[in-house]
Every structure is written in C-alpha cells, then in structure tokens.
Design a protein around this ligand. Structure first.
Ligand code: EPU
Length: 342
C-alpha cells in the first residue's frame, strides 16, 4: 500500500479545493483496507476514506490517515430467469459502471447515469436521481467494520436507506465499503416517474414503440448535462442542500403564501411534502450569484460552484448566507448535503 506524506487533495475533491492530507494511502486491494485501519489505530490517528471526492467540502487539511478508494473490478455473479446479480468493487467509477451495465444489456441503473463519484460511496448517501434511488436496486454490500475489526455484509434493509441517508451516515467512522451488489430485473420496464423523462418519451409510449435502457441512459445524460455543471470544468458537488421535507400543514401555509411553490409528496407512507430547495434559493435571487471565488450555478440554484482559487471556508460562508435568506423568507431550514471537513 503506497502512502504519500502531506499530499494535496486538489485532484481528489470535485470542488478542487487545495488542502493537504497528512498521510494519503492508496487503497488498491481489498486487503489494504484492514491494513490501513490498523496503521491509523497504531498511531492513534484519525482516518477517513475518500471515493471520488464528489460529495464533500474540504475546508481544512485532513489530519491522520486518508484512504483513497481505488479498488477496481466488476462481474456478473448470478443470472436467473428473473434477475441478474452484479458486483462492483468500491473504487469503480459510478458512471463507468452504469455505462458497462447498459452496454451489457442489463437495465435498471440507467436513471442514475452520470452521477459523479465511486460505487463505494453510492450507498452512503443513497444516491438518487430522475425517479430512482440506489436503495431500489442494491442487493447487498460488503464492508470492513473498523470498530470490531471484521468484515460484515449488509442487506439493503440493514442499510436503513432513506432520502440521501443510510445507517453509514449515523456512524461515519466505522465502516469502509469494499464492494456493492446490485439486483437488476430480466424483465425490465422503463422508469419514467420523473416528469421530464416521461415527457421526452411520451410519443414512443403513445405509439407503443420499444424503449431500451440505452435510450433512457442517453436521455438522462442529456438532461443532466443541460442542468448540472461538469465538475471537471467547474468545481461543484451536485446538489449542495437536501430538498427539505416539511409536514403537510407547513406545506399548505407556504402554498397559500407562495402559490408557485414547487413541491412533491415526500413518499407514499406519510403526508409530508418535499420542497424543491432549488426553487426556494432561486426565489431568493441567488441563481448565478457570485461571491469572490465561489457562487451559485447559473442554471440550477441548488448547486454551489467553485470558480477556482477559493477555499472551502469561503464556500461554507456562502452556504450560510443562503440558509439565512431562505429561512428568513420561507421559514425553512436548508441542511447541507455533502460531508464537511471544517
Ligand atoms: N427549480 C427552480 N430553480 C432552480 C432549480 C430548480 O425553480 O434553480 C425548481 C424547478 O421547478 C424544478 C424543480 O425545482 O422543476 C426541481 O428541480 P430538479 O428537477 O432539477 O431537481 P432537484 O430537486 O433540484 C434533485 C436531486 C438531484 C437530482 C434531481 C433529479 C436532491 C438534493 N437533488 O434535484 O440530485 O439529480 O433531483 O432527480 O435531491 C445530487 O444529489 O447531487 C443531485 C444532483
């Protein structure tokens, strides 16, 4: 296991903030994981593992040991009449993995195309987009429990998935995911629950024309590229805030005061509503706003961007400014989505 001392993390976070890791360990084999934990424990040093660095804000140098998850591999584990079971190692690039599944003819992950990051990070925040959440397609995962020093398996139910949440968020310094298994149906049906996707395919549906996973994949890539900045070009971490979930009563009062409020029923098992945070921020006049080296993306107000030369602290100050204005205007508290190191 290679370890660099005082290594810059600029290329390892999609905001492109230039902070340092005291020790940067490259995890390329499954056996590197317990070794990495042992090293940190021996030194009584803190540790953290980064995947693609696409869901974090680095506002400080990272002390102790930082592991870069780079374990590669993907394979078909099982194929029955009803489903296939696919395994991907934690360091696989998420979008490359989705592309591979679609190219192999396996439908089921295409709505999650083009999400930046790694396979290992995908269950932590239960990634979701365009009508699908990871929790609906994940079968199980393998992780190293750094508290008990043993390997453990989690079924999807044991991950306690919720909107952008899992059991791993409750206990951030305990588990390191090594691989994730996905169960995809043989009798695939397109998931067109997201309105813009349904609209794009309405003609084919009407004419009863065949739609393939590749068609959905291409359309999702198109929609996503039009709305969200490419982190290779403009530093960002996707949505910066959760879409807030409020009780029905609060939603009704807001809807009376703001008839154009954008909101959706949060889920089928409660009467809560999920508000479009992008709309709230947009209404406060922040879309395209710039403050020094950081700002709000011009096409999607939920995305904060780093124009270069700035710091994570500058970004967090902007986030705070947005939270205050949204709260003063709507009485709704926005919570930050990425993991903070501050
Ligand atoms: N809207 C505005 N102004 C804006 C942005 C949005 O008015 O600047 C309104 C529009 O009416 C729009 C609605 O908000 O129709 C919802 O916007 P969008 O469909 O773009 O989705 P979102 O709620 O902003 C969520 C996820 C995204 C995911 C999309 C598509 C969260 C925090 N974000 O965004 O996930 O791609 O839905 O499913 O749940 C991510 O987590 O990093 C991410 C990009």
């Amino acid at each position: 296991m290679k370890i660099d001392l005082r290594a810059t993390l600029r290329a390892h976070n999609t905001f492109g903030f230039d902070v340092f890791a005291d020790h940067l360990a490259y995890l390329t084999e499954v056996s590197d994981i317990p070794l990495f934990v042992e090293k940190a424990q021996q030194q009584k040093a803190p540790w953290q593992v980064l995947g693609g660095g696409s869901n974090l804000v680095l506002a400080t140098n990272l002390l102790g040991y930082t592991g870069l998850m780079q374990i590669k591999g993907r394979r078909l584990l099982e194929s029955t009449d009803t489903h296939v079971l696919l395994e991907a190692m934690a360091g696989e690039d998420w979008h490359e993995f989705v592309t591979w599944t679609v190219d192999q003819g396996y439908g089921g992950l295409e709505n999650l195309a083009l999400i930046p990051g790694t396979v290992g990070a995908s269950p932590i925040q239960n990634i979701g987009a365009y009508g699908l959440e990871l929790s609906e397609v994940m079968d199980s995962l393998t992780a190293f429990d750094a508290q008990r020093n043993e390997w453990v398996q989690f079924s999807a139910a044991e991950c306690q998935f919720a909107y952008r949440h899992s059991v791993f968020k409750n206990d951030p310094n305990r588990y390191i995911v090594s691989s994730v298994c996905f169960k995809l149906p043989k009798h695939w049906q397109p998931n067109l629950t997201y309105a813009e996707l349904a609209k794009a395919f309405s003609e084919q549906i009407q004419k009863k024309e065949k739609i393939t996973p590749k068609d959905i994949f291409n359309k999702v890539c198109e929609i996503r590229s039009a709305k969200l900045p490419n982190p290779k070009i403009l530093g960002n971490s996707g949505s910066f805030f959760h879409n807030p979930i409020v009780p029905s009563q609060q939603y009704q009062l807001l809807k009376e005061r703001f008839p154009h409020l954008v909101a959706y029923p949060a889920n089928s098992s409660s009467s809560d509503w999920k508000l479009a945070a992008g709309w709230l921020i947009d209404q406060c006049g922040f879309k395209g706003y710039r403050s020094g080296h950081v700002g709000v993306y011009e096409k999607q107000a939920l995305v904060l961007v780093h124009h270069g030369g700035g710091t994570g602290s500058e970004l967090l100050a902007l986030a705070q400014q947005i939270q205050t204005k949204v709260f003063d205007t709507f009485g709704v508290q926005l919570s930050i989505e990425p993991v903070l190191f501050a």
